[in-house]
Design a protein. Structure first.
Length: 135
């Protein structure tokens, strides 16, 4: 490998990593505004249910985002698929709230089952989303 190849690969890595990081932060910002409970405050209070639900949502987004980064043909393509993954996760949150209208209250009460259900649902649909991104 020559220096220009290494530099090109490094620039590509830095670009995709930066885009991915910004997209995760945007997802977390939007997700925490849409959910009815305050994830950050609950996690600081050692609420396990909130932590489980939140990490499931985060992994449920990062999983398809990583697929988008791996398979995209350009940064714009990656961003488009990352936005689609964001909307899928928000739809999963909305559908879960329809199915279990009091899930936020249960998470606030540190109901571990509710946190696992929301986190597991988010992660499961994130995996489905990731494998559905085909080219």
């Amino acid at each position: 490998m020559d220096f220009s190849t290494i530099l090109s690969a490094l620039l590509s890595f830095m670009s995709y990593f930066a885009i991915g990081t910004v997209m995760v932060l945007v997802f977390l910002f939007i997700y925490t505004r849409i959910s009815r409970h305050n994830e950050w405050a609950l996690i600081k209070q050692n609420n396990t249910a909130a932590g489980l639900a939140f990490i499931g949502a985060m992994l449920g987004y990062i999983t398809p985002l990583s697929s988008a980064i791996s398979h995209s043909i350009s940064l714009l393509d990656c961003i488009i698929w990352g936005v689609i993954a964001l909307f899928v996760q928000l739809l999963v949150l909305g559908a879960t709230k329809i199915y279990m209208p009091k899930i936020s209250e249960k998470i606030e009460q540190n109901n571990i089952s509710a946190g696992l259900f929301l986190g597991g649902t988010s992660l499961g649909f994130g995996i489905l989303n990731a494998v559905s991104m085909s080219y």
